[in-house]
Design a protein around this ligand. Sequence first.
Ligand code: EPU
Length: 335
Amino acid sequence: MIREFYQIPLRDRNSFGVEQHAARLVEFENDDDLRAVFAAGVPARWTVLGGGNNILFTADYDGLLLTPVSQEITPIEDDGMEVRLRVEAGVEWDTLVEKCVEEGLWGLENLSLIPGKAGAAPVQNIGAYGCEAGEAIRRVHYYDTATGRSETLEAARCAFGYRESIFKHALKGRAIITSIEVVLTRTPRPRLGYGDLEREVAARGGATLRNIRDAVCAIRRAKLPDPAERGNAGSFFKNPVVETAAAEALKARYPDLPRYPAAGGRVKLAAGWLIERAGLKGHREGRVGVHERQALVLVNLGGASGGEVIALARKVQQRVEEQFGIRIETEVNLL
Ligand code: EPU
């Protein structure tokens, strides 16, 4: 079943809470719905709008937005140790994480409280506290707008990387994810290596699934603004990945520069740290600002337009580049 809207206000459909409109929006449940929507041809401009948690509408959208609303989580395999679930694209990601924790299934607990829908998780391979969704995702089911066919992609072919996947490249503007399959395990496998996590978990009495989830939620709530109170889309920028030599050169100038090993022998730097050192943490311009507890996050202080947010983002990029010679790229999808 589809539901269709025209000239629809988007304020309640994007976590930044910007006041833009879309020409048309269709809520869909499955592949057949999508087939019906595209029967008359593929419109010139369309995109998927899940929970709107990683998107910034910089202006009104003159095309078609597609929103998945299917809600099922279905067990499809259980060998006593490993469990495979099929999760429809419209399921709230954190609903899935809570269900897994409740049922004693390990794998997603570090990804607690990440806002957004399950269908969006593979696109930017959401990650936090040393884990990425791509490690648990086994398959992705999608509707291919170029052929009108339903397709399945194995995880190995999804090209998962740091906030990266094939859905941001070869399949961008083509695939609409309808469901994902995730594999969880009943064997405890706590991953506590990141930052304060180990300490927070110990303070709660040890590495149970529930304690890890509670610890991650507490750390996130302490650092990240609640979109219900202050519009935002989580990290606005990606952490830059640079060559070792560049990281070493910066380290010589800034001895406390945080550095993390990245794929291909490169080094990941902390964009939040760079922005803070550029003097912009807590910086405000009219109705937008850089969050005062996590500089990677830009916030809508109330009533801001997408244009105001992007203007601040450009300024942040410019200041970081001037000071450190590093270009930080946006993590949020700009429309
Ligand atoms: N830092 C600062 N100032 C800041 C922010 C961070 O100095 O304002 C420093 C911290 O002290 C730390 C380092 O930068 O040394 C890393 O900070 P943090 O652990 O807070 O993580 P992050 O790299 O800033 C990433 C993700 C977050 C995720 C956390 C935890 C990206 C773009 N962001 O942030 O993801 O929750 O790690 O794993 O990779 C999101 O994608 O929306 C998101 C919130």
